[in-house]
Ligand binder design. Structure first.
Ligand code: TXE
Length: 543
């Protein structure tokens, strides 16, 4: 394995522009130990100190804009501008973590229940060392996003970028080393799935994988051996629904952008389209119009005339062609595209599709837009849910209420009404899937919290003799438990007042008025005391 090399290849030109050795299993194990030791030091730092150091890294990223966009352009074939957009969202994410970590990771007071005289709260503690394994389609943000969130939450990190875009992995390591205060707390290992597996086997406290669903299953099998928790951001087969009251032109224009942006190599790409029959022909006509506007090509220049670059990874070419052949064999028709020149695949529009075809079931991850005619919204929702995936879904309609109502019926992590893809750029909006698309939620508060574990604290003096909860530990207080149960949780005045009624003798003996008054005062005092301590505990809890 020591001799294994990663070759840097530009998918647009086939040019080899560099290489580096894969990380050996011994080095993976060594880094695991180092990061294990460093974890105690990093988590001891105050959050403010961690934020100060991460802000330095934000500065490094901004300094390196052109360097980063150039490497992404060479490594993935995406335009420099698309590379800049990826960096933009990465910096925005880091900015949010730094600005909101204190609030998102704050200590939370917990309702004491009957334990009025004790204090309860939770704190978020980092796992320790987190392994972050990334994909090639957005090799910068899909690696730095979770890595920076894990660091902000107090973990040390071992990152394994994708071997397909190894040059970006090498650059990420260089960028991290430009912050001397940060470098001791993060390591980068380079290589293919074997290095990824070695990293999972090194027993980090948590694994975060962004990748395909099949890899997710392999990683969870290895992680299960040590019960290592795993967070998944996996594949998608996002559905787009176009209703009869939609702005058909806009749906077509942005639908093709959602299908062909980054050559369709986006986990939340528009991978299948369902159009209500009354607007089907108009929609297809507009789709073909906007598809013709896509300009395929590649340039290393900052300003590019191209809107569709090459596929990044040979494996995806094979999958795309397999899906197209399978669909054509089962009766589908290609209305636009379908041709490929080396890694450049034309934007392809396919109709007469159905759910017997791989194209409608498996993740194609290429510039292919299959369009299916449906009778109505109910059929569209049924077909949208007929998938093992559940990352995102798009609904085009003129009635926003209707869109949200339908959205609630769709099994996907994010529902977008009248747009596509843009939700990923909203860096406080939780992003992640359901079903086989994963269990993680990046972006926002949940992002940082998922890299921590909740620890609870119960604080107070030794149990007080008059504390109801203490009294109830002793025999002979059934009546008190019964009374408090009804007083506190009774749902009707009758239930609540029952304990008070029992305090009063059934036949009030002709007790001298003074005694009756004393009894009444005692009962009232008891009630007021109980209410007072209730209010006290609410006030204390809210403090
Ligand atoms: O994934 P792969 P790719 C998904 C996207 C598509 C896939 C594309 O939908 O399905 O990712 O990325 C490492 N043990 N998302 O092809 O092949 C491998 O080296 C440990 C979803 O890269 O699964 C690489 O670093 N690691 C996402 C990483 O896993 C292993 C956003 C992913 O590789 C391994 C982007 C093993 N056994 C892409 N085998 C989202 N939902 O947000 C491979 N790897």
């Amino acid at each position: 394995m020591q001799t294994d090399k990663l070759i840097f290849t530009n998918p647009a030109t086939g040019e080899k522009f560099g290489e580096m050795p894969m990380t050996s299993p011994e080095t993976v194990a060594l880094y695991r130990q180092e990061m294990g030791r460093a974890a105690a030091v990093w988590r001891q730092k105050t959050l403010a100190e961690r934020v100060r150091i991460l802000k330095q890294f934000q500065g490094v990223l901004i300094e390196a804009v052109d360097e980063i966009s150039a490497v992404l352009n060479q490594d993935c074939g995406k335009t420099r501008q698309d590379g800049l957009i990826e960096l933009f969202i990465t910096v925005d994410l880091l900015h949010q973590y730094c600005n909101h970590a204190a609030r998102w990771l704050r200590r939370k007071s917990i309702w004491p229940g009957l334990y009025f005289f004790r204090r309860y709260y939770t704190e978020q503690r980092p796992y320790g060392t987190v392994a972050v394994i990334g994909p090639w389609n957005y090799p910068l943000i899909m690696v730095l996003g979770p890595a920076l969130a894990a660091l902000a939450a107090g973990n040390t990190v071992i990152v394994k970028p994708s071997e397909v875009t190894a040059a970006t992995g090498q650059l990420i390591e260089k960028l991290l080393q430009r912050v001397p205060d940060l470098a001791p707390f993060v390591r980068v290992v380079h290589g293919d799935g074997r290095v990824g597996e070695a990293l999972v086997r090194s027993k980090p406290e948590l694994v975060f994988l962004t990748g395909s669903t099949p890899t997710g299953k392999r990683v969870s099998q290895v992680a299960a051996e040590n019960l290592t928790p795993v967070i998944f951001e996996l594949g998608g087969k996002d559905a787009m629904i176009v209703l009869e009251d939609a702005d058909v032109d806009a749906a077509a224009r942005w639908g093709v952008w959602g299908a062909f942006f980054n050559a369709g190599q986006t986990c939340m790409a528009v991978e299948r389209v369902y159009v209500v029959e009354s607007v089907y022909d108009a929609f297809v006509e507009r789709v073909l119009h906007y598809t013709r506007e896509f300009k395929m090509g590649y340039t290393p220049a900052v300003e590019s005339p191209y809107s569709l670059g090459p596929l990044t990874f040979q494996r995806q070419v094979t999958i795309m062609e397999q899906h197209l052949q399978d669909a054509l064999a089962k009766g589908a028709r290609i209305l636009a595209g379908g041709q490929r020149r080396e890694m450049f695949a034309e934007p392809t529009v396919v109709v007469n599709v159905d759910h017997d075809m791989l194209l409608m079931r498996e993740e194609t991850f290429s510039p292919v837009m299959p369009i299916m005619k449906v009778k109505n919204e109910a059929e569209a929702v049924r077909l949208a849910n007929d998938s093992q995936y559940g990352l995102g879904a798009y609904i085009w309609t003129g009635d926003l209420q209707r869109g949200q109502r339908l959205g609630q019926q769709i099994e996907a992590g994010t529902i977008v009404i009248n747009d596509v893809l843009s939700h990923f750029a909203v860096t406080q909006l939780p992003f992640g899937g359901v079903k086989q698309s994963g269990n993680g939620r990046v972006h926002g508060e949940q992002d940082l919290l998922q890299f921590t574990q909740t620890h609870a604290y119960a604080v107070g003096r030794p149990p007080l003799p008059f504390d109801i909860a203490t009294v109830l530990r002793q025999p002979g207080y059934y009546w008190l438990g019964d009374a408090v149960l009804k007083l506190v949780f009774g749902v009707t005045p009758r239930q609540r007042l029952e304990p008070l009624r029992e305090l009063l003798p059934a036949e009030l003996p002709s007790v001298p008025p003074t005694t009756r008054r004393t009894a009444n005062n005692l009962a009232t005092a008891g009630t007021l005391m109980a209410l007072a301590t209730l209010l006290l505990s609410i006030w204390r809890w809210r403090k």
